[in-house]
Design a protein around this ligand. Structure first.
Ligand SMILES: [Zn+2]
Length: 418
C-alpha cells in the first residue's frame, strides 16, 4: 500500500516537472517566434535584423531539440520505473553472488552506462547537426569520442573510491554514517576543486599563460590598481571544440585561475577583454567560489540526511521494483528519480547565480573607474556571436537563466553608481 502511494507521488511530481518544462519551453518558443527579426534597442549598435532572425531560429531549434531529448530520457526513466526494470536487473545481478561492494559498483556503473548510451544519439545530433548548422561546431567525431572516454575514465577514477567509501560508511559506521559519508564526500570535493585547474581541465584543453603585450599590461595595471595578485591568467583553446566564446574563474587558494577562451580573444578589443577579466575577478573578490562551495555543501548535507532517513524504508524500494533495501538501489534512485522533486529548487539557484553576476558586473565597473562602456560592448558582442536569444520569455529566463538577460545587465550597468 505504502509503496503504491510512493509511486503515485513520484508520478505526480514527474508529470508536474515535465509539464512545467514543456509549458515554459512552448511559451518561450512562441514569444521568440512573434518577435523574430526585431532588435531590442539595447542591441541595435551590434545586432542587425538578419542576426536577430538567425538567433531566433537557433533558439527555436535548440528548444525543439531539448524537448525531444528531454522527453525521450524521461520516457526511458518511466519505462524503467513502471516496467520494474531497475529491480529485474538487480535480481539478475544478485544471482552471481558478487558480494555487497562489487554488486553495488557493477549495478551503478551498468545503469549509468545504459543511460549514457540512451543520451548518446542526442549528444551527437546536438553537436554535429545543430551546432554544425549554425556554424559553431569545430569538433571532429574523433575528439567527441575521445572526450567521452576521458570523462568516463575520470568518473571511474573519482567515482569508484567514492562509491566504495559510501558503501563502507553505510555498512560499518552505524546511525551516524551519513555525517561521516558527508565528511568524506566534502573532502573529495575539495580535492577535486584543487585539482581541477591544474590536473583535470588540462586533460581536455590546452592552457597557455596570457602572452606579454598590451592586454597583459592592461590587466596587470588593473590588478595593481586593486592591489591584488592573480597567479594565473590563461588562454584556453576553446576553439578546438566550438566557436562559442566564454571566460571563467576557477580554483581555490593558490591555484586560482582566470581563463579566457581563445575565441573570446578574437572578437573583443583589449579594453573589452580587460572588462571581461574584471568581471571574472569580481566573482573572486566577492567570494562567489566559496559561497557556491558552501551552498553546495549545505545541499549535500541535506541529501545525506534524507538518504539516512530513506535507507531502511522498504516501501520506497518496492515502489521502484526492488525487492529489499540496498545501498546501490538508494543511490540509483537518488541519481535518476530525485529530479522531479528538486526541479522546483532550480529557480532559487538561478536567482542566486544572477545576483552574483550583477555583483561581478558592478565590481568590474568600479575597477574600471566607473566606465561601464567596455563591459557593455563586450557583453553585446558576446551575445551576438553566441547567437543568444534576444527575446527570452520572462518566466523562462526566471526559471532557467543563470545570468540576467542582457537588457537587464546593461540597465544595471547604466544605473548611477552609489
Ligand atoms: Zn559572471
Amino acid at each position: 500500500m505504502a509503496s503504491t502511494i510512493i509511486l503515485v507521488v513520484f508520478l505526480v511530481f514527474f508529470f508536474l516537472e515535465y509539464s512545467t518544462d514543456l509549458t515554459l519551453t512552448l511559451l518561450n518558443m512562441s514569444y521568440i517566434r512573434k518577435r523574430a527579426g526585431t532588435v531590442p534597442p539595447v542591441y541595435r549598435p551590434f545586432v542587425d535584423e538578419a542576426t536577430s532572425l538567425k538567433a531566433a531560429e537557433y533558439a527555436a531549434t535548440r528548444s525543439r531539440f531539448s524537448l525531444a531529448a528531454g522527453g525521450f530520457s524521461s520516457l526511458v526513466v518511466l519505462v524503467f520505473v513502471l516496467g520494474g526494470l531497475f529491480g529485474a536487473a538487480d535480481r539478475l545481478l544478485a544471482s552471481f553472488s558478487l558480494g555487497l561492494y562489487l554488486h553495488g559498483l557493477i549495478y551503478i556503473a551498468g545503469v549509468s552506462l545504459v543511460f549514457s548510451i540512451v543520451g548518446l544519439p542526442f549528444a551527437l545530433y546536438g553537436q554535429f547537426v545543430i551546432e554544425e548548422r549554425f556554424g559553431f561546431n569545430k569538433m571532429t567525431l574523433g575528439l567527441f569520442f575521445k572526450d567521452r572516454l576521458k570523462s568516463l575514465a575520470l568518473s571511474a577514477v573519482i567515482g569508484v573510491p567514492l562509491l566504495l567509501g559510501l558503501f563502507f560508511f553505510m555498512e560499518k559506521t552505524g546511525p551516524w554514517w551519513w555525517l561521516l559519508a558527508f565528511g568524506a564526500f566534502t573532502l573529495i570535493q575539495f580535492v577535486v576543486s584543487l585539482l581541477y585547474p591544474t590536473v583535470i581541465a588540462p586533460l581536455f584543453n590546452k592552457f597557455t599563460p596570457l602572452p606579454d603585450g598590451p592586454l597583459k599590461e592592461k590587466i596587470e595595471a588593473l590588478l595593481a590598481s586593486l592591489n591584488y595578485k592573480v597567479r594565473g591568467i590563461f588562454v584556453m583553446d576553446g576553439s578546438k571544440r566550438s566557436r562559442h566564446a566564454n571566460a571563467y574563474f576557477t580554483g581555490l587558494g593558490r591555484v586560482k585561475r582566470i581563463v579566457l577562451y581563445d575565441t573570446l580573444m578574437k572578437t573583443l578589443t583589449e579594453d573589452e577583454l580587460a572588462a571581461v577579466f574584471a568581471h571574472e575577478l569580481g566573482h573572486e573578490k566577492r567570494a562567489h567560489v566559496w559561497k557556491n562551495l558552501i551552498a553546495g555543501l549545505i545541499g549535500s548535507a541535506a541529501v545525506f540526511f534524507v538518504l539516512n532517513l530513506l535507507l531502511p524504508w522498504t516501501p520506497l524500494y518496492r515502489a521502484f521494483g526492488f525487492t529489499a533495501p540496498s545501498y546501490h538501489a538508494l543511490l540509483v534512485l537518488l541519481g535518476l528519480c530525485s529530479g522531479p522533486f528538486t526541479f522546483f529548487l532550480k529557480p532559487i539557484a538561478a536567482a542566486f547565480s544572477r545576483k552574483h553576476e550583477y555583483e561581478a558586473d558592478r565590481f568590474a565597473r568600479q575597477a574600471l573607474g566607473g566606465d561601464a562602456a567596455p563591459l557593455a560592448s563586450a557583453l553585446l558582442k558576446l551575445s551576438r556571436d553566441n547567437l543568444s536569444n534576444l527575446h527570452p520569455h520572462p518566466l523562462y529566463s526566471f526559471v532557467h537563466y543563470s545570468h540576467p538577460t542582457l537588457p537587464e545587465r546593461i540597465a544595471a550597468l547604466e544605473k548611477p553608481m552609489k
